[in-house]
Design a protein around this ligand. Structure first.
Ligand code: DOR
Ligand code: ZN
Length: 435
């Protein structure tokens, strides 16, 4: 008697191992035991087998998001660890890295351990904490990175705030190098962005909203690249948004400096034009830029200069969004929308499916030191079954996240994760009807 989960006749795709074939995939005791044509045969009527009829669906390595805000502890009315990890699973993710701008800030072992313990109780994706670089995100005193790494931290960032002090940044890189922890920068020279509400350009001038100039991002990244080279440490630029950041990071990589970077779906799909109607769902930090930036981000993602697509899932409640543009908090939810939105880029030919999966699974896993989900026999089953044709609208769908702050709410999306396995267990399941 076996307990098995069988995906019959799926398109199994894992570019990391050169796999793209129509076949069956068998999961037993949480492991991928057989992949290949006819692999579903050989079970007896006594075996307890669930067969998922894959006709037309894709089976992929589960996704990894290295940049999310789960809001617990402190802001559970926006999201909590349970709802955030459920949203991740519903979006096809097996692993998410949670930013430390909670309340209290995750700058101590106690908060890191609390988050890990809460995460372990929840059904959904696995949580990996990112800890603060400086205490209270105040930019003045380094946190105890050695102790925090021992407690389970996978990286350090003051995300939401930039580490603008050169002394702090240099010391953080030196300290983190000792244990190979990535330092993740939110690149924004706060002196240059004081009071800024959107990208600085023609539209900010027309709307009379104070602008956030591109160079406030570029200047920090240029400095940090020099620091990363000087120290020989691992540096990762979060949510890059400008053509200038792309150029600087491309040059740094060409010179062999150990830098990596990510882009969000919203910076790939929207420009500052979206702010014309003062839609607070489009208020985000860094702000939506211009068409030339979006084009540079797209081509850098396609050629691998940008390593990763990360959602920067930033839930906000109606308290923070149903108000004047100037008062609104920045951020968009992304976990349940990212894959369908990005599949649109694949369909229009901007991105290959292989590069998409590399950027949404293999690369973020590598950068954050997480074992990368893969479609190989004997591997742990961390899989996402995607129906690439399924059309749906977030506004009329039950979402797992507690918040609704996204300008894509009324968009018809095509493609959706219908099943997600994490650590060998099914944690998201819309495939019932297909069984
Ligand atoms: O839009 C943003 N929201 N950008 C950030 O850097 C922080 C985030 C948040 O925490 O809400
Ligand atoms: Zn963020």
């Amino acid at each position: 008697m076996t307990d098995a989960l069988v995906f019959r006749d799926v398109r199994a795709i894992d570019p990391a191992v050169g796999r793209d074939e129509r076949c069956d995939v068998v999961v037993e005791r949480g492991l991928l035991t057989r992949i290949g044509p006819g692999a579903s045969q050989g079970f007896t009527p006594n075996d307890r087998v669930r067969v998922v009829d894959g006709g037309g669906c894709w089976l992929l390595p589960a996704l990894v998001d290295q940049h999310v805000h789960l809001r617990e502890p402190g802001y559970e009315y926006k999201e909590d660890i349970a709802s955030g990890l459920a949203a991740a699973a519903a979006g096809g993710y097996a692993h998410v890295c949670a930013m430390p701008n909670t309340n209290p800030v995750n700058d101590t072992r106690a908060v890191t351990e609390l988050m890990l313990a809460r995460g372990a109780e929840c059904t959904g994706a696995r949580l990996h904490p990112i800890v603060a670089i400086t205490r209270g995100l105040e930019g003045k005193q380094l946190t105890e990175l050695a102790e925090l790494k021992a407690a389970g931290a996978v990286g350090a960032s003051d995300d939401g705030r930039c580490v603008t002090s050169s002394t702090m940044m240099l010391r953080a890189l030196e300290y983190a190098r000792n244990f190979n922890l990535p330092i993740i920068q939110h690149a924004e020279d706060h002196e240059l962005t004081q009071g800024a509400l959107m990208h600085e350009g023609e539209i900010s001038a027309r709307l009379g909203l104070r602008g956030w100039p591109r160079v406030a991002e570029d200047a920090i990244i240029a400095r940090d690249v020099l620091f990363a080279e000087y120290v020989g440490a691992r540096y990762h630029a979060a949510h890059i948004s400008t053509a200038g950041a792309v150029r600087i990071l491309r040059e740094a990589k060409a010179r062999g400096i150990s830098v990596t970077c990510e882009v969000t779906p919203h910076h790939l799909l929207l420009t500052d034009q979206a702010v014309l109607g003062y839609d607070t769902a489009c208020k985000v930090n860094p702000p939506l830029r211009e068409a030339e930036d979006m084009a540079a981000l797209r081509s850098a993602l396609a050629d691998g200069t940008i390593d990763v697509i990360a959602t920067d899932h930033a839930p906000q409640s109606s308290l923070e969004k149903d108000c004047e543009f100037a008062e609104a908090a920045p951020g968009l939810v992304g976990l349940e929308l990212c894959l369908p939105l990005m599949l649109g880029l694949v369909r229009e030919g901007t991105l290959s499916l292989g590069r998409l999966l590399d950027a949404m699974s293999t690369q973020p896993a590598r950068i954050m030191g997480i074992s990368a989900p893969t479609l190989q026999e004997r591997a742990l089953a961390e899989l996402t079954l995607v129906d690439p044709e399924l059309a749906w609208t977030p506004a009329t769908t039950r979402l797992a996240t507690k918040s609704r702050n996204t300008p894509f709410l009324d968009r018809t999306l095509v493609g959706r994760a219908v099943m997600t396995l994490v650590g060998g267990t099914v944690v998201h399941d819309l495939a019932g009807g297909r069984a």
